[in-house]
Write a protein of this length. Sequence first.
Length: 112
Amino acid sequence: MSLTKWLTDYVFIPLGGSRASVPRVYANILITMLISGLWHGAGLNFLVWGLWHGFLLAGHRAWRRGRGAPSGSKVARVASMGLTLLVVNAGWAFFCMDLSTALLFYRRLLGG
């Protein structure tokens, strides 16, 4: 059994899955990803990493809900793939560094 399948069957679905109210679905996603982060390690950095991905998944769900079907243009698809690559890779700093080091990394990256 994969971690994804386990999280789906034993965390997300028992919480109500995607058949609950809209705010509850977002909470279910965040809780599930928080537990995924906790599974990877007990440090704060893994919890932040799990929440990062939870917020990305919830944001994607909200975007799709508000915008409807994605644009069929090739430029829009390539742009969305590039944005996904950027934000997912940005989250890996929390996975591979302790929280204080990751925050220092971002402070130097963004602030100089």
